[in-house]
Design a protein around this ligand. Structure first.
Ligand code: HEC
Ligand code: HEC
Ligand code: HEC
Ligand code: HEC
Ligand code: HEC
Ligand code: HEC
Ligand code: HEC
Ligand code: HEC
Length: 268
């Protein structure tokens, strides 16, 4: 092992920097500029990270640890629905048995924490006008089919919704007689189609309860090609005026309504 010689060490460091400078001078101008720019950016980023980011950032995760305490210190606005039952058990019971069982009290009555703390001083509002209910029930194509929707401009205008539907147990005030009361779009299509004179109940067996509680009592739907062939297969007798196909060979790999919409059938 050689002894450590400070002179040799210094001159080799000096040699290193000399070679570096020579190489730097041989770099093209744009590479020099880019390098300087990069150095400035790295310096700025490091400075920003150390000086601008709060000290407790990243203690628990990718956020400021003291934000947790600030959020905890915010006043509580909502009380939750369980506590309402203590004083309004009648309303809670009615609602739990009806269509609005999954709609929270405060969705309609607003934040109620202050009311539960002092019921005399803080009164809640009830949405008695026609504006509140359509927030959920106005017709929107993007809502799931089957969610009860109305067009409020034409659905019994003038009268408030709660004049006919009880807010805590909403039901149509009387059981509708026609399928079209709820399936208006389908009924309108069918009325101008080749199936105008084929009754809904010829293709769907609908239990009476379907009109009271439609999602729990579902009508039947045709289950195969044979059903439509009952009227349309050329073997079927007594079908004058009904266009005929040969069920065995007419597009036999698919069910009929993959090609013909049953409420507005077309043959193209
Ligand atoms: C400690 C008992 C108590 C609790 C808990 C309570 N309320 Fe009340 N609430 C009352 C009383 C008392 C009244 C006033 C009745 C009156 O003025 O006739 C009232 C009135 C109301 C009203 C009537 C407004 C109107 O226009 O008539 C609504 C709505 C209401 N409460 C909703 C709620 C909701 C929602 C909750 C749960 C978040 C709740 N309450 C929790 C006691 C309570
Ligand atoms: C779909 C919206 C909606 C929901 C959900 C709702 N309410 Fe109401 N509530 C109303 C409307 C609208 C009125 C006014 C009814 C009227 O004047 O006939 C009302 C009235 C009240 C009243 C005062 C008069 C009465 O009918 O007893 C109380 C108390 C009340 N609601 C408590 C509650 C409680 C408690 C819950 C949750 C269990 C709740 N509400 C859920 C819309 C709603
Ligand atoms: C936060 C959304 C929401 C608000 C606000 C709301 N509803 Fe509802 N409503 C629902 C839900 C959810 C159902 C149950 C749908 C289901 O069973 O699939 C429902 C069901 C109904 C039904 C039953 C329809 C049927 O199939 O027979 C009627 C009627 C109704 N609401 C009327 C009202 C009225 C009147 C108001 C205003 C006081 C109101 N709703 C406010 C969400 C809401
Ligand atoms: C004059 C009485 C009356 C008024 C006011 C009224 N409705 Fe109705 N509503 C009915 C009847 C009747 C039905 C049953 C279907 C039909 O005949 O249109 C119904 C059905 C509904 C349905 C179920 C639709 C379905 O496809 O299942 C909803 C949701 C509804 N109404 C919400 C409202 C809302 C929201 C308001 C206020 C903007 C309102 N209603 C005002 C009488 C009324
Ligand atoms: C009170 C309103 C109402 C009336 C009246 C009504 N329906 Fe319905 N119907 C519904 C609702 C709501 C659904 C559920 C739609 C969903 O979940 O996609 C439904 C679903 C259906 C379905 C589909 C079932 C499924 O499993 O996909 C058929 C078929 C149907 N109804 C036929 C009829 C026929 C036929 C009549 C007349 C005899 C009728 N409905 C009357 C509200 C009604
Ligand atoms: C010619 C037979 C036929 C007639 C008439 C008919 N339907 Fe249908 N309907 C069907 C078939 C088949 C389906 C299943 C379509 C599918 O699964 O894609 C269906 C599906 C439905 C559905 C489920 C939702 C949808 O659009 O797929 C509803 C709701 C419905 N029919 C209501 C009605 C009503 C209301 C009438 C009367 C106005 C009616 N149908 C008349 C054959 C018929
Ligand atoms: C009760 C008998 C009956 C049943 C069941 C029936 N249809 Fe029809 N269908 C008819 C009649 C009647 C016509 C022709 C009416 C006319 O003259 O326009 C027709 C016409 C048609 C057409 C011809 C449209 C055109 O452009 O010429 C097609 C496609 C069709 N139906 C498909 C179906 C399908 C798919 C089903 C099963 C979901 C079905 N039908 C069930 C009676 C029926
Ligand atoms: C793969 C798509 C497809 C399927 C599945 C299908 N069809 Fe068709 N259908 C057509 C086409 C395309 C036409 C028009 C050309 C033709 O006559 O072949 C037609 C024509 C018809 C016609 C009119 C015939 C005429 O002479 O005017 C009837 C009725 C019909 N189909 C009923 C049915 C019935 C019932 C079923 C189920 C058993 C069915 N289709 C299945 C595509 C289909």
């Amino acid at each position: 092992m050689n002894e450590f010689d400070p002179n040799t060490a210094l001159s080799s460091i000096g040699g290193f920097f000399r070679r570096l400078r020579e190489r730097w001078q041989r770099f093209p101008e744009q590479v020099k500029r880019l390098t300087v720019l990069l150095a400035v950016v790295v310096f700025a980023l490091v400075t920003a990270r150390t000086m601008l980011v709060p000290a407790d950032f990243g203690k628990y995760g990718h956020y400021r640890a003291s934000a947790v305490d600030e959020i905890v210190a915010q006043p509580i606005q909502y009380a939750g629905h369980e506590i309402c039952t203590e004083c309004h058990d009648d309303v809670a019971e009615t609602k739990a048995a009806g269509f609005h069982k999954n709609v929270g009290c405060e969705v309609c009555h607003g934040p109620a924490a202050a009311h539960t703390e002092d019921v005399e001083a803080v009164q809640l509002l009830a949405p008695r006008g026609r504006e509140g209910c359509p927030l959920c029930h106005e017709y929107l194509p993007s809502r799931p089919t089957g969610f009860p929707q109305i067009v409020s401009a034409s659905h019994n205008p003038v009268k408030p919704c709660i004049g006919c539907h009880e807010a805590h147990d909403p039901k149509p005030p009387e059981t509708p007689k026609e399928c079209s009361a709820c399936h208006a779009t389908i009924a309108r299509s069918k009325a101008i189609s080749h199936h105008a004179y084929v009754a809904c109940t010829r293709c769907h067996e609908a239990p009476d309860q379907h009109k009271l509680d439609p999602r729990s009592f579902r009508p039947s739907k045709p289950d195969g090609r044979e059903f439509c062939a009952g009227c349309h297969d050329d073997g079927a007798s007594g079908k004058e005026g009904i266009p005929q196909i040969d069920q065995a060979s007419h597009e036999e790999r698919y069910v009929c309504w993959q090609c013909h919409y049953p409420h507005l059938p077309e043959a193209q």
